[in-house]
Design a protein around this ligand. Structure first.
Ligand code: F6P
Length: 352
């Protein structure tokens, strides 16, 4: 891009756009940030579903965002984030603003792109966690349930589960049957493995939960409070049914922290450079994507509001099953929560 470009940083995501919190960025602001995780601008969750809702503060959020855009004399706005960010980006685009999206999330679940930046760094961290758990699991002859982030999509659990050699991988897309999980643990024990590692996606659900409406399921989870995660429930059931000592490990937000991996640095640079080109040619209403190894763009209207789940036909799922000792643990089941119909239960990978 030419030298005569002024860059304005919006602080704390859409919240900054609503409240008019922004600052002119200088070249100095961008020095030395390649190795930094997080964001130098700050971020905040401002749910899409609340964007059109006027709350107690009486602020019309959409009007406020359009005003800030105008006050800051922006020619275009680049929105970096996950599915929620893209939904609001699309809304602003439909409201007439010049918007370009960039897919940034550890969940890797943005529709229309093969990869998002942040994902591979989180895979590396989660894999390291599973690696480290192996020694303590083996030493204590325990079943270790590791909770990996990902509420709707199981990409992070699938990748790190395979890379870390988890014995059982439970994904939100494939409802599990706890009896079959326990049978698998017992089978491993009978074959001489004194420990098992279960990689559980944050949003994993059992067959009954999968039949519930997502809204009801979320309400049930909220009602049960902090400790009542799928991982804790699975660990309790496994210990009770198998009699094997079981522990839970939740790496949580560590998966979103630290320095980005080399892969993500390159990917973010490629995406950023492509986005700069889009600004130059004034191509708006789109988001950057990687499709079959090529950086390209998708129309925001085509991808907003859609989630890229792990599909049943997914190559990696087949690989996980092929190298494992068990087939899927349940029969085909139509999910009531908006995910596509999938066969499954659990994917098994070979343990070390
Ligand atoms: O969307 C990314 C993500 O890390 C999910 O995997 C996780 O469920 C969620 O964010 C956690 O959100 P928060 O940081 O708001 O608790």
């Amino acid at each position: 891009m030419g030298d005569n470009v002024e860059i304005v940083g919006i602080l704390n995501g859409y919240s900054g756009l609503i409240n008019g919190d922004y600052k002119e960025m200088s070249e100095d602001d961008f020095r030395g940030i390649l190795t930094l995780g997080g964001t130098i601008l700050g971020t905040k969750r401002t749910p899409f579903k609340m964007m059109r809702v006027v709350e107690d503060d009486n602020v019309d959020k959409v009007a406020a965002m359009k005003k800030t855009y105008k006050d800051a004399k922006l020619d275009c706005l680049l929105c970096l984030g996950g599915n929620g960010t893209h939904k609001t980006a699309n809304l602003l685009s439909q409201e007439g603003l010049n918007i370009i999206g960039l897919p940034k999330t550890i969940d890797n679940d943005i529709f229309g792109t093969d990869v998002t930046f942040g994902f591979h760094t989180a895979v590396d961290i989660a894999t390291d966690v599973i690696d480290r758990i192996h020694t303590t699991a083996g030493s204590h002859s325990r079943v270790m349930c590791i909770e990996i982030m990902g509420n709707k999509a199981g990409w992070l659990t699938l990748y790190s589960g395979i890379a870390g050699g988890a014995d059982i991988i439970l994904l939100p897309e494939m409802p599990y049957d706890i009896d079959r999980v326990c049978e698998a643990v017992e089978r491993r024990a009978k074959r001489g493995s004194n420990f098992s590692i279960i990689a559980v996606a944050e949003g994993a659900m059992n067959v009954e939960e999968a039949r519930m409406k997502r809204k009801d399921w979320m309400a049930k989870r909220a009602e049960q409070g902090f400790g009542a995660t799928a991982t804790n429930r699975i660990a309790q059931a496994v210990q009770k049914k198998t009699g094997m000592e079981t522990r839970v490990c939740i790496p949580g937000h560590m998966q979103r922290g630290g320095s980005p991996s080399a892969y993500d640095r390159v990917l973010a640079t490629e995406f950023g450079s492509y986005a700069a080109k889009l600004v130059e040619i004034e191509r708006y209403g789109v988001t950057v994507a990687m499709v079959n190894g090529r950086v390209t763009q998708n129309r925001l209207a085509d991808i907003a509001g859609k989630t890229r789940n792990v599909p049943e036909g997914c190559e990696l799922l087949t690989v996980a099953r092929r190298i494992g000792r068990e087939p899927g643990l349940t029969s085909p089941l139509p999910l009531a929560n908006g995910c596509p119909t999938l066969t499954g239960g659990a994917a098994f990978s070979a343990s070390r």
